[in-house]
Design a protein around this ligand. Structure first.
Ligand SMILES: *[C@@H]1O[C@H](CO)[C@@H](O)[C@H](O)[C@H]1NC(C)=O
Ligand SMILES: *[C@@H]1O[C@H](CO)[C@@H](O)[C@H](O)[C@H]1NC(C)=O
Length: 820
């Protein structure tokens, strides 16, 4: 019998001893022993119980007889005690049956006496309850209703009675409780009871610990770890991470860019948590702008965004799990403006052409500048190159006016290519240029102008009619008709005839033509005005003076004034006194040339003489002088041929034949000539007196006459000069030119008297002028300057017209006529 009280092995052994003694008396020996004691442990004192000495037992041949069983016990022959032969496991020996008795027999060989021995092996709590599976897994759907029971595997304890399994305990948890049923066999069956609904999403696996314990001392227990897996049910729809998505995207985002990823999560698992995304097609413009990847939830741009078309887009998105639970969300895409639009010009009105006299402030163009961007990106500033005579005036609503700041000048700039620039305020900013072409229309604001203030032209005299003399060209900086210049000559008269009869001008080309052949001996220069007028409205004109100078040609032969060829067939005779010394001035050949300069520079040469070497002629003076003393053998009548030649190219010349009478006085001449047709006047002294008186008188008259004539001439010359100057430009022509050779003639005619009267009658020869006077004829210039003086010089030479009031002179001429 097992004792409940621990540690009282001695007491148990005493009791067992007492019992065996009692048994032995009854013929059967009984012992009791706990299991699992060591080999050789004392079980009972057999000798004592048989009433024998311990040694006697061996002597009597005591032995244990077992029927085919292994010996659990042996006898200790010295002590006569029954001891264990090995370790005894009650559970092996008897399993669950109780009590566990081991029966055998003891044979005393000497007397062949058999004793029955019974050993009870008592239980010791040496086994703990054990579960068949230590970590079982249970599966339970999350929708299982509370109260649901799940039978659990029982535990097993090999011990018996108190030492066997007594109770189950479950660790405390929220969802499960333990219920233990006791079967008909008394076995205990634990069951798991669902107390509260499960949620896989909350806790997918529950770990429970079931402890089975026995009633032994000490208590032994076994543990079973139960894993309860909650099976998923699609009880959750996907959920987006945000109730609404907002994203801002610059409009220049390239196509294909991912702008956002929407994510919906499904707390379920597996297929129930397999989320796919769908985009609800937006109507109209926004359609197809974005693409949603059904698996990843990535949203990408599939069409270029344009802030100017749509500032934001709304995308409706659905998320669906495998079995089909849905959730919706919305993505709002805000498009951000990017400075992708340059400003644009809208010409509302523009003038293509503006007259150059338009006042400052004339509006050239009105335009609008617009930028399709917004905000700073649409802030447009307008500009154009400075220096141009324009400015921009800002008007309402980005309208600008381009106005002139000053009067324009077509002659400076005939057109403007105005580059207008508009620049927005973006970063980087964009700009647009436009070109405005403005023609400046011509106004006839410039008269034609001649490059020079005056012109001079030279033309040789004797020009053919119609020769072009010169050409003038006037420029007009205006354009078209305003620059079309026509030429004309100013109305004028020259030498009493209209200027247009002398010269004409081609109105288109400005070429001047001579209408006549000009004669230098008539006039040396000509002053005229050329007028250039343009075809504008009103026309503008300017004029220029043109001085036309004639260039002399050698077209006049020298004209011999003295000695003149007589018109009536007679010729004068010069006297050379026989007593004359060499170098005596006999006479002087006087010639003029109407030309001027070289052409009028005369040289005198002796061509032929009847007595060579007797006379010489001054090359430039024309003076005929005796070359040697005259001899008696020299003939009375000498004849000389003198040529007068100018220095023109080619030179022109004239010749004159002189007759010189070599005689002391006229009567001698006459006598020598043998002519007695005229009676000689013997009373010469009387005559001389008369002559002196007459000369004085005539000289006085002559002086008065000369003074009066000079005064008259001067007055006329002065008047005509004033008149011409006031009428036209011809006033500048020197009056002396008009005097010329004609004037010389007139004076010669007038003064022939004086020449005649100065002759010394007593010497009966003529007093000739001083040679130096004649030299003044050489140049035209000096002729012009010393006009009056020259006239006086010429006047001293006689001409064939004889005044009637002086008969003696008549008579001399008479003689001369005879001589001839
Ligand atoms: C105006 O100027 C621009 C550039 O300066 C040039 O491209 C354009 O051809 C010009 N227009 C005319 C008509 O000359
Ligand atoms: C020439 O022009 C001036 C003004 O420039 C004018 O006074 C003058 O009368 C003009 N002369 C002629 C001959 O036309």
């Amino acid at each position: 019998m097992a004792k409940k009280l621990p540690g009282c092995r001695m007491l148990v052994l005493l009791c067992a001893l007492w019992a065996s003694l009692w048994e032995a008396r009854a013929g059967q020996i009984r012992y009791s022993m706990p299991e699992e004691i060591d080999q050789g442990s004392f079980v009972g004192s057999i000798a004592k119980d048989l009433g024998l000495e311990p040694q006697a037992l061996a002597e009597r041949g005591a032995r244990i007889v077992s029927r085919g069983r292994s010996q659990l016990f042996t006898l200790n022959p010295r002590s006569g005690n029954l001891i264990t032969a090995g370790r005894i496991d009650r559970e092996e020996l008897c399993a669950q049956s109780a009590p566990c008795l081991v029966n055998f027999n003891l044979l005393l060989e000497d007397k062949l006496t058999i004793y029955s021995v019974e050993v009870e092996v008592t239980d010791v709590n040496d086994n703990a309850p054990r579960f068949g599976v230590e970590e079982p897994e249970l599966k339970i759907s999350e929708t299982t209703t509370p109260g649901f029971r799940i039978p659990l595997k029982s535990a097993h304890d090999a011990d018996v009675d108190e030492n066997t399994l007594q109770k189950y305990e479950l660790n405390s948890n929220d969802h499960f409780s333990l219920d233990v049923r006791t079967g008909a066999d008394g076995n205990k069956y634990p069951e798991l009871v669902l107390e509260r609904a499960l949620d896989r999403e909350e806790e997918a696996v529950h770990h429970l610990v079931l402890v089975a314990s026995d009633g032994g001392s000490p208590v032994r227990s076994g543990t079973c770890r139960i894993r309860v897996k909650v099976l998923d049910v699609n009880d959750n729809a996907p959920v987006f991470t945000q109730p609404e998505y907002r994203v801002s995207v610059p409009e220049n985002m390239p196509v294909g860019t991912r702008i956002l990823t929407v994510t919906a999560t499904d707390p379920d698992e597996g297929y129930n948590a397999q989320v796919t995304y769908f985009q609800e097609q937006a109507p109209g413009e926004a359609a197809g702008v974005f693409e949603l990847k059904s698996t990843s939830g990535d949203i990408t741009i599939t069409k270029g965004l344009d802030y100017e078309k749509a500032k934001f887009h709304e995308i409706d998105i659905e998320a669906q799990d495998g079995p089909g639970l849905l959730t919706r969300t919305k993505v709002i895409v805000t498009v951000l403006d990017v400075n992708d639009n340059a400003p644009e010009f809208y010409m509302t009105s523009a003038t293509a052409s503006v007259p150059e006299d338009s006042p400052p402030g004339t509006v050239i163009a009105l335009f609008n500048v617009h930028d399709r961007d917004s905000g700073q990106n649409a802030l447009v500033t307008c500009s154009f190159p400075e220096m141009l005579p324009f400015k921009l005036e800002r008007s309402v609503d980005n309208y600008y006016r381009l106005v002139t700041t000053r009067a324009l000048d077509r002659e400076e700039f005939s057109f403007y290519n105005i580059t207008l620039s508009a620049k927005d305020g973006g970063n980087p900013s964009l700009s647009t240029d436009t070109h405005l072409l403005l023609q400046v229309a011509d106004i006839n604001d410039n008269p034609p102008f001649f490059p020079r203030g005056s012109y001079s032209a030279y033309i040789s005299e004797n020009n053919p009619r119609g020769t072009s003399i010169f050409s003038v060209l006037a420029y007009d900086p205006d354009s078209n008709d305003n620059a079309h210049v026509t030429y004309s000559l100013a109305e004028d008269t020259f030498q009493g005839e209209p200027m247009s009869s002398y010269i004409s001008i081609n109105s288109d080309t400005g070429v001047l033509y001579a209408l006549r052949s000009f004669d230098y001996e008539q006039f040396q220069d000509l002053q005229l005005w050329v007028i250039a007028v343009d075809s504008g409205n009103p026309p503008l004109s300017s004029n220029v003076s043109l001085s036309l100078f004639l260039v002399d040609q050698n077209d006049n032969m020298p004209e011999i004034l003295y000695p003149a060829l007589p018109t009536d067939g007679s010729t004068g005779v010069e006297l050379a006194p026989r007593s004359a010394d060499p170098g005596y001035l006999v006479t002087k050949v006087v010639a003029v040339d109407k030309d001027s300069g070289q052409n009028a520079w005369l040289s005198y040469r002796l061509l032929k003489a009847s007595e060579p070497g007797l006379f010489s002629v001054g090359l430039h003076t024309g003076e005929v002088r005796t070359a040697r003393a005259l001899l008696d053998r020299d003939a009375l009548k000498q004849s000389l041929v003198v040529s007068v030649q100018d220095h023109g190219q080619p030179p022109l010349s004239a010749t004159v034949t002189l007759t010189i009478a070599v005689a002391d006085n006229i009567p001698e001449v006459l006598a020598d000539l043998g002519s007695i047709r005229t009676p000689a006047n013997s009373d010469d002294s009387q005559l001389t007196l008369y002559l002196v008186v007459a000369v004085v008188v005539v000289s006085c008259v002559f002086l008065a006459f000369v003074i009066a004539l000079l005064a008259l001439r001067l007055r006329r010359w002065y008047m005509s000069r004033m008149l011409q100057a006031s009428r036209d430009g011809l006033g500048v022509i020197p009056a002396s030119h008009f005097v010329g050779v004609d004037g010389v003639r007139a004076f010669l005619q007038t003064y022939s008297h004086e020449v005649s009267l100065t002759a010394d009658s007593r010497k009966s020869h003529i007093i000739f002028p001083q040679p130096n006077y004649a030299d003044t004829l050489i140049s035209q210039e000096s002729c012009e300057k010393n006009d009056i003086l020259s006239v006086a010089v010429f006047a001293k030479f006689p001409v064939h017209q004889t005044p009637k009031m002086f008969p003696f002179i008549n008579r001399w001429f008479f003689y001369i006529l005879i001589l001839a």
